[in-house]
Write a protein that binds this ligand. Structure first.
Ligand code: PEP
Length: 248
């Protein structure tokens, strides 16, 4: 039985006081068998790290630079995230792929940077509606996954969380049905099993895309869904904590 994982991606929302209050409320909660991580905007990472210090709640960057250091204005390195107390980082969120033109190759290097700096990478994969409707879902998610396997090696997946986030379900209120999500999670797991059955059996593959307190339990009950990456519903402590409770 895999331990469930829940992440709260705040995206570009909030303020310093909101970050302290929300992270503080999550840090004070008691969870069952679930690992919990928060992804505030970069300027509020320190508030969240302070609020979560001494708790079991991890804090991470919503993105991480593919570069180690240097003249890359606006970038934040994995070492910097680690330096301020982060232990986790998102890589390849669809909003980064879509609006910042991150390629599979760039995402793979970001994952490697996170690993090299002792951060748990959360590798996001997912197809657009056009790709799904065109019968290309499997091709897209396996290509996104395969780029990281090729660059980092299968052993790296011992330390990676994979998030399946169909782009058409993110922030749209349109959730993948539990059966639709399960199908993709099983596909990703079986692809990893071709390289290493043990790692495929133990890796957490979490679902993201309009998860709410009302649909979380049914999604998390699927055999290959090991928790969730939560956007909108992570901005209210009560909603986020009830989703964590559904996983634990
Ligand atoms: C996300 O940002 O990763 C996400 C899944 O957002 P939402 O829950 O709002 O769809």
């Amino acid at each position: 039985m895999r331990r469930q994982w829940i992440g709260g991606n705040w995206k570009m929302h909030g303020s310093r006081s909101m970050a302290s209050a929300l992270a503080g409320a999550v840090a004070e909660a008691r969870f069952g068998d679930v690992d919990v991580a928060l992804f505030p905007p970069f300027p509020y990472l320190r508030e969240a790290c302070a609020a979560c210090a001494g708790s079991a709640v991890a804090v991470g960057g919503q993105d991480v630079s593919e570069h180690e250091s240097g003249a890359y204005t606006g970038e934040v390195s994995a070492a910097m995230l680690r330096d301020i107390g982060c232990t986790v980082a998102l890589a390849g969120h669809s909003e980064r792929r879509q609006y910042h033109h991150e390629t599979d190759a760039m995402v793979a290097v970001k994952v490697a940077q996170a690993l090299a700096n002792d951060l748990t990478p959360v590798l996001c994969v997912g197809e657009t509606l056009e790709e799904r409707d065109g019968g290309r879902m499997a091709e897209v998610v396996l290509r996104q996954l395969g780029a990281v396997v090729a660059h980092c090696g299968i052993a790296a997946f011992e330390r990676i969380v994979v998030a399946y986030e169909p782009v058409w379900a993110i922030g749209t209120g349109r959730t993948a049905s539990p059966a639709q999500a399960q199908e993709v999670h099983a596909l990703l797991r079986s692809q990893l099993a071709r390289d290493n059955a043990r790692i495929a059996g133990s890796i957490r593959i979490v679902y993201g895309g309009s998860v709410k307190p009302g649909n979380a339990a049914e999604l998390f009950a699927q055999p290959d869904i090991d928790g969730g990456l939560i956007g909108g519903a992570a901005l209210q402590a009560t909603d986020f904590l009830s989703i964590c409770a559904a996983a634990g």
